[in-house]
Design a protein around this ligand. Structure first.
Ligand code: PLP
Length: 320
């Protein structure tokens, strides 16, 4: 039987007038809790769900840091994470960027890594980060627990945009944080209940369904992405290919912004859209969002579950 979807916002008290396990949805609900249990098992920690990846980022930072604390943020990671932190600047959140392939800088209160970074696809030096005294967060949205379980490498928190591979079908907006320490997870849960940054049952149910095929999807996406990266490296119109050898995300550069626009609007099977991690392959030029932070000809490709040769044929005709 699949997990029932319970949309109630309240559950009756017991015969003695005491709250049962679930009383009010903001404090916890059965479908969300079932999805959290499934994700906890995958990550080897205590997982909590949030309404989006950005919501999870906000909740985690606000619950861990005080005014004038500084986050060491992996340079070239998801640009939206930097925007979230910048939005929190009036509350005293400070950021320094650093190269995550080496050790984090001294004097920071939180280390924020991305495995691999989106869209530069660098992998963090997890050992160097674990040796730092500050808590370490690894956004492992792109790696997924199929390829990496950061808590086993000394991270304190794993963050996911569950919108992407975990839910996996481009139809659920959701975030997750898996905590190494149960007591810290409890504090984050209380923070979540009080601030209301809480996930709803419907996307949690879609996450539960997506998790059933996570491994199959990600392994196949990785195989296809590795093949496409190899072929792209040989194409004369492609200058640089970034692929870390795991996961379904890659990026590559063509000559300039105009060429990139031409390529992204010329694919037929691969959809010209933002986001990543679903069963449909998506391509987009990233400078539209990130401006000069990325090369003007950078295209990000999220590899779906279509036939690999069909995908290569589509890319090749667009590049030609
Ligand atoms: N982290 C990474 C690596 C992402 O790619 C994204 C979104 O693209 C997020 C976090 C934010 O997630 P959401 O869009 O679910 O808020």
């Amino acid at each position: 039987m699949s997990e029932p979807l319970d949309r109630s916002t309240r559950w009756s008290y017991d015969e003695r007038g005491e709250p049962r396990e679930f009383s009010y949805q903001r404090f916890g609900s059965p479908t969300v809790s079932a999805a959290e249990t499934a994700l906890s098992e995958l990550e080897g920690g205590t997982a909590l769900l949030f309404p989006s990846g950005a919501g999870a980022t906000t909740a985690l930072v606000l619950s861990l840091l005080g005014p004038d604390d500084t986050i060491a943020l992996a340079e070239g990671c998801y640009y939206g994470t930097g925007l979230t932190f910048a939005t929190l600047a009036p509350w005293g959140v400070r950021v320094v960027e650093f190269d995550q392939t080496g050790p984090p800088p001294d004097g920071v209160q939180l280390v924020w890594l991305e495995a691999p970074s989106n869209p530069y696809l660098t992998m963090p030096d997890l050992e160097a980060a674990a040796a730092h005294p500050a808590p370490v967060v690894v956004d492992a949205t792109v790696a997924t627990p199929v390829h990496l379980r950061p808590l086993e490498h000394g991270a304190d928190f794993v963050l996911h945009s569950a919108t992407k591979y975990l839910a996996g079908h481009d139809d659920a907006l959701l975030g997750a944080v898996a905590c190494r320490d149960e007591a810290v997870a409890e504090e984050l849960r209380t923070f979540r209940s009080r601030t209301g940054i809480v996930a709803a049952p419907d996307p949690a149910w879609l996450l539960l369904r997506g998790l059933q095929t996570l491994e199959l999807r990600v392994r196949r996406q990785t195989e296809t992405a590795a093949l496409l990266a190899e072929r792209l490296r040989e194409h004369p119109a492609v200058e640089t290919v970034r692929y870390p050898g795991l996961g379904g995300l890659l990026s590559f550069d063509v000559a300039d912004a105009e060429t990139a626009r031409k390529v992204e609007t010329s694919t037929r099977t691969i959809v010209n859209a933002t986001s990543l991690g679903g069963v449909t392959s998506l391509i987009e030029s990233r400078s539209r969002w990130e401006g000069e932070r990325v090369p003007p000809g950078l295209l990000r490709l999220s590899v779906g579950l279509e036939d690999p040769e069909t995908l290569w044929g589509d890319l090749r005709q667009a590049l030609d």
